[in-house]
Design a protein around this ligand. Structure first.
Ligand code: HMG
Ligand code: MG
Length: 290
């Protein structure tokens, strides 16, 4: 039987989109519940500017409260972020994630710099992580569609993915950021990327805004990918569109994968509890430590 690795992004990609700032204790409680459900890779926060993303401030405090066991990932856009991560990291298994875009428009909006400059800023982070023995993931956003430039050519995505690999990341996560893609275009994009990056080093990161994320995962499974990102409770909707789907829900991905005969190591009942907690955090409500 084939194993699929899930990279839980709810505590980062989910909570960063919530209109309110969630208390550190609640972020930690959600992460603990996800770990208890068997998730072994959990993205727990970001070392980015708190002016840009106030929801991810105090990620150092979140890290300090985590129990060892899973591999905890954090976003790190530049050396300032690396220094924050390095000061907060205790003994344990960590991964840092650099993030760039396939398009100039999204790069400017998200990172305030060009794609080339974002790769230049990521390079020393990747080098520092390698020296410290910390694994590195590289995200490419807007792999099918960009909110500023429309449809994205597969070759553009392959080019940025190859550059990240050349800089030394261990894996590339392909972000379908705005959920506008369709399975056919996802397939073409994956073919182009797989020409330059081994599929074993690829992860699929599909937002479910258009309700196509599970279909995209199926296409990616056919192409040989065995790593997918998901957020418990489907956290991550747009704060200005209440109820809109965000990241693909981990519980939906696990149910589909188990139904297809894949193993994930995730306990469905415990994941349902974590998804409940995630949903209770929507809108900044306090779920306590439960
Ligand atoms: P900037 O304003 O161009 O940077 O922002 P700067 O170097 O000029 O610095 C401006 C201020 O930020 C300074 O502070 C710096 O010290 C501070 P000030 O002097 O004004 O008080 N600063 C930092 N503070 C904390 N941590 C840092 C850091 N760096 C600078 N690391 C920057 C550039 C990258 C910082 C900014 O654009 C930023 O923080 N962007 C955040 C973007 C982000 O987190 N987006 C969401 C995550 S990406 C995503 O969700 C997509 C993904 O899920 C995949 C997908 O779905 O496609 C991964
Ligand atoms: Mg995302």
């Amino acid at each position: 039987m084939s194993f699929v690795t899930l990279h839980e992004v709810g505590p980062r990609d989910g909570l960063q989109n919530e209109p309110g700032v969630i208390a550190v204790a609640d972020r930690v409680a959600l992460i603990d519940a996800l770990a208890a459900a068997g998730l072994r890779q959990i993205e727990v926060g970001s070392f980015v500017s708190p002016k840009w993303v106030p929801q991810m401030a105090r990620t150092d405090e979140v890290m300090a409260a985590l129990k060892p066991g899973p591999c905890y990932a954090v976003l790190v856009p530049n050396m300032r972020g690396w220094d924050g991560f390095a000061a907060a990291a205790r003994q344990g298994d960590y991964k840092v994630a650099v993030f760039v875009a396939a398009t100039e428009g999204f790069s400017r909006a998200n990172l305030n710099c060009s794609v080339a400059d974002s790769l230049e800023r990521a390079a020393p982070v990747i080098a520092a992580a390698k020296t410290a023995g910390v694994a590195v993931r590289g995200y490419v956003s807007c792999v099918t569609d960009c909110p500023y430039e429309g449809r994205v050519a597969p070759g553009q995505v392959a080019d940025v993915a190859a550059r990240l690999m050349a800089l030394g990341v261990g894996e590339v996560s392909l972000g379908e950021t705005i959920g506008k893609g369709d399975p056919e275009r996802v397939a073409k994009m994956l073919d182009a990327v797989a020409d330059v990056v081994p599929v074993t080093a690829l992860a699929g990161h599909f937002h479910d805004t258009g309700g196509q994320a599970l279909a995209h995962i199926q296409v990616a499974l056919e192409k040989g990918l065995r790593n997918f990102d998901a957020a418990a409770g489907g956290l991550g909707g747009c704060p200005y569109a209440p109820g809109a789907p965000g990241n693909v829900a981990t519980e939906a991905v696990v149910a589909m994968l188990h139904g297809m005969g894949f193993e994930t190591g995730v306990d469905i009942a415990k994941l349902a509890r974590a998804a409940e907690m995630a949903n209770a955090l929507r809108g900044g409500r306090d779920v306590g430590q439960g």
